[in-house]
Design a protein around this ligand. Structure first.
Ligand code: SAH
Length: 218
């Protein structure tokens, strides 16, 4: 698919905001964000804003997707884990950059729609599953890269444990009201090294699974 004028304007905006990794910009240019937003918000698909996707969740802001993807330094041989599939947009961008992308979502209806999109876009290197992402994906660990697209109050131990040596994890941490920080974690020979990447605003990372009745009402 070729990018339209609005999508190209977004790429220029991302460059202006300091995103310089050409692989990341290229991946964003090749994934049509409008495919991942509900019909009613399609005219805003290439604006740099988060948009509602149902179940009280949002598709992240393009500049945040770009910044997190750049911070992750994803290589084409990497095995990557994403927590919080949501619309599937961040997963699709990552799938263009890595060998295999695993993604976990706790809202089953969101997961179903995202999986359909991965099939339509022929992103065959994506494996998605319904579950509580705070536990990670032990059967497929370790991961070269881990990205969490919902904010936890702390860094889940299971995720840190599933990060390969030399691996990088990017995760928003903190409470919404007090402001969350985007944290980049590197696993080196001595343990975990954390770097603060500034303020962000994400929906909360919620442990456990929603009740079926709540899913039907949403
Ligand atoms: N990466 C998504 C962003 C979606 S918002 C996108 O590109 O659209 C964050 C998502 O994380 C929500 O869909 C929410 O349901 C999910 N989430 C929150 N806590 C979770 C958990 N413990 N396990 C899995 N998914 C979780």
């Amino acid at each position: 698919m070729t990018a339209g004028p609005r999508q190209l304007r977004l790429i220029m905006e991302l460059r202006r905001l300091g995103i310089s990794d050409t692989r990341v910009l290229g991946a964003i240019e090749r994934i049509a964000r409008e495919t991942f937003v509900p019909e009613t918000f399609r005219d805003q698909a290439y604006e740099d804003t988060a948009l509602p996707i149902g179940h009280g969740q949002t598709i992240s802001q393009p500049s945040v997707v770009a910044r997190m993807t750049e911070a992750l330094a994803v290589g084409e041989r990497h095995k990557v884990l994403e927590i919080g599939t949501g619309s599937g947009y961040q997963a699709a961008v990552l799938a263009r950059l890595c060998r295999r992308l695993y993604t976990i979502e706790r809202h089953r209806p969101l997961l179903r729609v995202a999986e359909e999109r991965f099939r339509e876009l022929r992103l065959h290197n994506v494996t998605a599953r319904w579950g509580d992402g705070t536990k990670g994906w032990p059967e497929s660990a370790p991961f070269d890269r881990i990205i969490v697209t919902a904010a936890g109050l702390e860094i889940p131990d299971s995720l840190a444990d599933q990060l390969a040596p030399g691996g990088i994890m990017v995760i928003p941490v903190g409470e919404r009201a007090d402001g969350q920080r985007l944290v980049r974690i590197l696993r080196d020979a001595d343990g975990l090294v954390c770097e603060d990447m500034g303020t962000v605003r994400f929906v909360p990372l919620v442990a456990g699974l929603p009740r079926a009745a709540a899913e039907r009402r949403a």
